[in-house]
Ligand binder design. Structure first.
Ligand code: NAD
Length: 498
């Protein structure tokens, strides 16, 4: 059986250590092993990144961009292979994997603008014969730790931009679906990236802790669940590292009585059940303003949920694949049971779904709850499965108060035809990414991605302009050339233009 290993100093390593099983969640079979890096392996990757740093940091940004352009071409040429790897190990549909890859490639596009992005700022005559400028320097060796649910896209949020900014990088992908990240890193090597600029170490907590503890790693980008995000942020910043740690979510959609119901229902189907609900921007709660719209929505959604096309992620034309692991399937099913026990009305029950030919796959059908209330665990916690909860409120103000009281603040949206409602919602909601009639408001690569509250630890969002700031350090130089032969006496007052 194939073992997914590491990429260190431009070479794929030979398997010789502890491994974990990688499943195809559609069949339930173990299809590969992934090697779990030990401390020695992590140190080798850090040493490779450190050794590659001086030359890469001094490589002209336009030259770095040329390699990124070739990398982008290779990603496009290998789309079929990459999306198969994603769907095989994650379980999401091939069309969904293709969408993920395209959004990832958009981040490579953005990073090719490195010469423009790193241009700096210049001011002439800030004082007598004094000019001043700020330029942007690489931070150094950066590590990225990524989740299972976007095994190709989230790494591409991080290292193309970090590397474009002159840093060297160590990626620690999710051990549940590691193959696409390693394959893609190989394409970057093929594009001409010097050895050691990008390294991939597979593994678990042991590998992550090695990266956190190393004084040679200067910054950490993390995307994953909130408890681990908080851990990485705390342990990283305690050691003086720059850290951005993106965490979990509970994304609410508000449905106003005046909304275009048919379109809102279609949008909610995709946003709640796409990728089997395993998206950090998935809508998991619909806040219906008034009973009438809630009843009408349930009537629209119920038949659509019951006829979702569910099957193996590697087949085409489906709506939804399986969940990622057996353990996650159990967790999601337990949440559904708990919701019933807590008194929520289970309108559609997707448990006990069996897919013909894939009886051992980790499948669950779409679930819909009505009459969910804020004290229920199915409302408070991130389920990360195809479970949509309807909460009924009396007014827009109540909807905003409810959402603002939730511990997470990643994404949200409102469905309405009223501009005043849309504007009030966008102004008052305490959430980082807001959609107006857009259910998954994932920012384009030239904006930046991040949530508020316990969905993000750190000050800067991922990718886009915030990504450039995160992966660079500002240096401000102030320079004076006094005209010839003039001598100036010492001045003891603080220099100013007065
Ligand atoms: P996870 O937190 O379990 O794992 C994320 C990464 O952390 C993996 O690489 C994993 O190996 C590592 N890790 C796990 N336990 C660790 C530990 N104890 N110490 C150190 N490292 C550890 O997350 P997941 O299940 O892979 O992904 C799903 C979660 O990610 C969801 O909560 C989802 O909302 C979140 N997510 C957030 C965003 C965002 O942008 N905010 C995007 C995607 C996913």
């Amino acid at each position: 059986m194939q073992t997914v290993t590491h990429l260190i100093n431009g070479e794929i390593t030979v398997a010789d250590g502890r491994t974990a099983a990688v499943f195809n969640p559609s069949t339930g079979d173990v299809i590969r092993q992934v090697e779990m890096a030990d401390q020695e392996t992590v140190q080798q990757a850090i040493a490779a990144a450190k050794a590659a740093l001086p030359a890469w940091r001094d490589t002209p940004p336009a030259k770095r961009a040329q390699i990124l352009f070739r990398f982008k071409q290779l990603l496009e040429q290998h789309e079929e292979q990459i999306i198969r790897l994603i769907s095989e190990e994650h379980g999401k549909t091939l069309e969904d994997s293709a969408g993920e890859l395209k959004r990832g490639i958009e981040n490579v596009d953005f990073a090719t603008a490195a010469p423009e992005l790193l241009k700096g700022e210049y001011s002439r005559n800030v004082g007598p014969e004094i000019d001043s400028w700020s330029d942007f320097h690489a931070v150094g060796v950066v590590a990225g730790i990524t989740p299972f649910n976007f095994p190709a896209m989230v790494p591409l949020w991080m290292y193309p931009l970090a590397i474009a900014c002159g840093n060297t990088f160590i990626l620690k992908p999710s051990e549940r679906d590691p193959s696409s990240a390693l394959f893609i890193a190989g394409l970057f090597q093929q594009a001409g990236l010097p050895k050691g600029v990008l390294n991939v170490v597979n593994g678990d907590k042991e590998a992550v802790d090695g990266l956190i503890e190393s004084p040679d790693v200067k910054a950490l980008s993390f995307v994953g669940s909130t408890p681990i995000a908080e851990y990485i942020y705390r342990e990283g910043t305690r050691r003086g590292k720059r850290v951005q740690a993106l965490g979990g979510a509970k994304n609410h959609a508000v449905l106003m009585p005046d909304a275009d119901l048919n379109n809102a229902a279609s949008a909610l189907m995709g946003a709640a059940y796409g990728s089997c609900g395993e998206r950090c921007m998935a809508i998991s709660v619909v806040v219906c303003v008034g009973d009438q719209i809630a009843d009408a929505l349930i009537e629209k959604l119920t038949p659509q949920i019951k006829t979702l096309k569910i099957g193996a992620g590697t087949e085409r034309g489906l709506d939804m694949g399986p969940l990622v692991t057996q353990a996650h399937l159990k967790k999601v099913s337990n949440y559904v049971t708990e919701g019933v026990n807590a008194g929520a009305r289970l309108v559609v029950d997707g448990r006990d779904l069996s897919v013909a030919g894939y009886e051992n796959g980790f499948f669950i059908g779409g679930c819909l709850f009505d009459r969910v209330t804020p004290e229920m665990r199915i409302y408070q916690e991130e389920i990360f499965g195809p479970v949509l909860c309807i909460v009924r409120v009396a007014s827009l103000e109540d909807a905003i108060t409810l959402i603002n009281a939730h511990e997470y603040g990643n994404g949200t949206c409102v469905f309405t035809n009223d501009g005043e409602v849309a504007r009030m919602f966008a102004n008052e909601i305490e959430v980082g990414m807001v959609g107006i009639n857009v259910p998954l408001p994932v920012p384009a690569s030239y904006h930046s991605f991040g949530g508020w509250k316990r969905s993000l630890f750190g000050d800067l969002y991922a990718y886009g302009p915030d990504g450039v700031r995160f992966y660079t350090r500002r240096k401000t130089i102030t320079q004076r050339w006094i005209k010839r032969k003039r001598h100036e006496a010492a001045q003891f007052a603080f220099p100013s233009n007065n």
